[in-house]
Ligand binder design. Structure first.
Ligand SMILES: C[S@@+](CC[C@H](N)C(=O)[O-])C[C@H]1O[C@@H](n2cnc3c(N)ncnc32)[C@H](O)[C@@H]1O
Length: 243
């Protein structure tokens, strides 16, 4: 009888814990703990990696991603993109963190080529549109579909031809073979199909709910591990990425 109440209490306590812990540790938001948990389980970002962070404001994932790059002499890059103005947090970020104020849905290969000529080792998307909650599942799939498209060139067919014409990554995308992809998704109609659409492109696909998500939230993270070389999967592109 008491279990639901106890579970809610435990979750609330954990959330307060993440908020307080973020402040104490110098992360700009509790979102840091979401990526830290995903990283702990799946080792998304390796030392010296090139990372694309879509929807990066206020910057907690930039902080965590930069920490994972290891010492400065290992190299690496974290490119943060957001609709809003992006300020790079001083704590945990160094000059390997670059930012761009842009709509990820309108990113072009030419823009990304200014930051990397050979793609990214990891692409993470925590993009979220603030809404009344009416069609948030659909909006989350739109944004996750954008991240999947940037990563692999896979066109996730939600809006038909009109959407397809807006994007420029229809061939192989910007995620290197062996690279990893993380996308925030809201559970609901269409999410199972979305996860299925990832499968041809990755060695392993997983869904992950994280402790730091708010208790009422339907969010989870779709994780694609070990991108297959373009041409190995069923859809889009062959040989070298056409960007
Ligand atoms: C939950 S916040 C991200 C938090 C971030 N991961 C962090 O650690 O601080 C979601 C972000 O997605 C951004 N966003 C939403 N739609 C976007 C789009 N189409 N292109 C780029 N950014 C977008 C929002 O502006 C917002 O800053």
């Amino acid at each position: 009888m008491y279990r639901p109440a106890v579970a809610a209490w435990t979750k609330q306590t954990l959330q307060d814990h993440f908020f307080k812990e973020a402040k104490k540790q110098g992360y700009v938001s509790r979102a840091a703990y979401k990526l830290l948990e995903i990283q702990k389980k799946h080792k998304i970002i390796r030392p010296g990696a090139k990372v694309l962070d879509l929807g990066c404001v206020p910057g907690a994932w930039l902080q965590v991603a930069c920490q994972q790059l290891g010492p400065r002499d290992r190299g690496g890059l974290v490119l943060g993109v957001d609709l809003q103005e992006v300020k790079v947090p001083a704590r945990f970020c160094d000059d390997r963190v670059k930012v761009l104020q842009a709509d990820a849905r309108l990113l072009t290969p030419e823009v990304l080529l200014e930051f990397t000529s050979d793609g990214f080792d990891a692409i993470v998307s925590d993009m979220l549109q603030f809404t009344s909650g009416v069609n948030d599942v659909e909006l989350s799939l739109d944004l996750a579909g954008t991240a999947l498209n940037v990563a692999t060139g896979c066109y996730y067919d939600m809006y038909g031809e009109q959407f397809e014409q807006q994007v420029g990554f229809r061939h192989s995308g910007f995620l290197r073979p062996g690279g990893n992809l993380v996308m925030k998704v809201y559970e609901g109609s269409g999410t199972t199909e979305f996860i299925k659409s990832m499968q041809p492109y990755f060695t392993k696909v997983a869904r992950m709910r994280v402790e730091a998500s708010r208790s009422m939230s339907r969010e989870f993270y779709a994780v694609g591990l070990g991108r297959k070389a373009p041409g190995v999967h069923g859809g889009g592109g062959s040989g070298k990425a056409k960007r």
